[in-house]
Design a protein around this ligand. Structure first.
Ligand code: BG6
Length: 523
């Protein structure tokens, strides 16, 4: 079968920064399905050669340490460019012909090669074609309709074997609200079956996010203590040091809730709190994730007022493309509850912001404090030694690992106790660099595994959680409601005070496990 990735939005940032470098690395590792072609589609007039030259320099720029010239010279032969306007149906018809010709030539070449080696295998006929929408989200629905009208989405089988496979990868954001997501799902389903649709959330391709599945479901020791009986609360933080920079105009239409919570943070939440699926396959995993989303306690305006904090970094209104009176939140902290047996009344805190003190994405499982301390200090026999609660920290990025904090005795004659750590760092255990999220996701889409992609009901359930908060914030937007914070810290003071008022404290350390393998203490 010939494998073709058609990228709509070929001249965009995502293509040069993420997609082509990811494909190139897969090519070097010989992990791409063979034969493989990339066809880039966008309006800019360019020849194949011009696009290849451009991609060469951007791949060096974004992947310098891993660039290898002789591999690139092989890889570039698989790259083609098709200039065209995706708003024109005629363009899709010509693209369809172009893809057919590409397939015909590749099949012919392959057949000749195989005949020469006397291993001709006619069952490998056909095309596995994946369309990648890396275009402005407002063009998603029409592009999908054009693909349908041009007859580019039909699949076929021969002797019960698929010979024509057609899939579509849709980048985030998938809608900007529940109603727009529903509409986009409907338009998509007019053309594609749900199992042909791969909604990308690149957090799901991150190695450490996948390791949460392993931690929870490949070990027996964590499961018995992964519930309300032992866990006091959970903190999920995705902080970025970067400010919005040149993305001001986009950010004004999104804000932190749509940009980070509806997708990435809720994905981390579902994987951390879902019930064990009976199998690691797309349906079982996604069924469990949807159940969690549907169990999140609904939020009234009063609840939102008391349980959410919004902030904006101090110079956000001066960024290019930003309204000088903007009340868009660049920081948010939200407390929510999952109303089921496992998580009854366990507060779950989600937090994300731009312009923070460092980049760190981490999940903190804060265990309950020991119910009673038996230890007394030799020197002060009347005072009991205060015991600290255990804490399991899963660091997703920038350096990846897991750290478990527990009390241990400090050597000496005194009964002195201290928090110590058991640490697992990916960098200590594996010499290879962790693969970029897009590598895994692209391969999964080609092989037809949708476990790490969002399903239609999952996306809608996530919007059902975010929509009421967003509506409430829009209605009550004012400079008083949104707390200003200086760049380079952990968000507004109000967020720290809000936690303190609940008898809790944010886990503010970055990074906890650093990439040199050295570890900072777990406080
Ligand atoms: C994107 C958001 O989805 O994720 C960006 O649009 C954000 O605003 C980015 O910076 C964060 O991704 P990562 O992988 O760097 O944590």
């Amino acid at each position: 079968m010939i494998n073709i990735l058609v990228i709509f939005g070929a001249s965009g940032d995502l293509t040069s920064r993420k997609l082509i470098p990811a494909l190139f690395q897969l090519f070097i590792k010989k992990e791409l399905p063979e034969p493989f072609f990339v066809v880039g589609v966008s309006r800019t007039p360019m020849t194949d050669q011009e696009w290849r030259t451009k991609l060469r320099s951007t791949t060096i720029e974004f992947n310098a340490t891993k660039f290898d010239n002789s591999s690139w010279n092989q890889f570039k032969k698989h790259i083609y460019y098709f200039p065209g306007n995706i708003q024109s149906l005629t363009m899709f018809k010509s693209l369809k012909q172009f893809l057919k010709d590409l397939e015909k030539n590749a099949t012919q070449k392959r057949t000749e090669e195989e005949q020469e080696e006397s291993k001709f295998n006619s069952s490998r006929k056909g095309t596995n074609c994946v369309y990648y929408l890396s275009i402005a989200p407002k063009l998603y629905a029409d592009t999908i309709t054009h693909l349908g009208n041009a007859g580019m989405t039909e699949e076929s089988t021969l002797l019960n074997q698929p010979i024509e496979l057609r899939k579509i990868i849709i980048e985030k954001p998938f809608g900007t609200s529940l109603s727009t997501a529903r509409e986009l799902n409907q338009r998509t389903h007019q053309v594609f079956r749900e199992d042909q649709v791969y909604r990308i959330d690149h957090y799901l391709g991150k190695e450490t996010v996948n390791n949460i599945f392993a931690l929870r479901f490949a070990n027996t020791i964590f499961e018995p203590i992964w519930n309300r009986n032992y866990i006091d609360h959970i903190q999920i933080t995705a902080n970025e040091a970067q400010t919005v920079g040149h993305r001001g105009a986009f950010y004004e239409t999104a804000g932190v809730l749509r940009d980070m919570f509806q997708n990435h943070l809720l994905q981390l939440l579902t994987i951390t709190t879902m019930e064990p699926p009976n199998r690691f396959d797309a349906q079982s995993v996604r069924d469990e994730k949807v159940k969690v989303l549907r169990s999140i306690r609904s939020m009234t305006p009063e609840y939102i007022y008391n349980n959410t904090i919004r902030g904006q970094y101090s110079h956000y209104r001066d960024e290019k493309g930003v309204d000088p009176h903007s009340n868009i939140a660049t920081f948010a902290a939200i407390k929510l509850y999952i109303d089921n047996w496992r998580w009854n009344n366990v507060p779950i805190y989600l937090r994300s912001g731009k312009g923070m003190s460092c980049q760190t994405t981490q999940i903190v499982i804060q265990y309950k404090e020991p119910p009673h301390s038996i230890f007394r200090s030799n020197r002060h026999p009347d005072s009991k030694i205060q015991l600290e609660a255990n804490r399991l920290l899963i660091q997703i990025q920038p350096s990846e690992g897991i750290k478990l904090g527990f009390m241990s005795k400090v050597p000496g004659t005194e009964m002195e106790l201290r928090n110590s750590n058991l640490t697992f760092s990916f960098h200590d255990h594996y010499s290879e660099e962790l693969p970029e999220a897009y590598q895994r996701l692209l391969l999964d889409a080609f092989s037809g595994d949708a476990s790490l992609f969002a399903r239609n009901d999952e996306v809608e359930a996530a919007w059902e959680i975010i929509d009421p908060i967003q509506h409430n914030w829009d209605k009550t937007a004012s400079s008083e409601a949104i707390h200003s914070y200086p760049v380079g810290f952990w968000g507004p003071d109000a967020s720290e005070k809000w936690m303190q008022n609940q008898g809790k404290q944010w886990f503010n350390l970055c990074p906890v496990i650093n990439s040199s393998g050295k570890q900072s203490p777990l406080h």
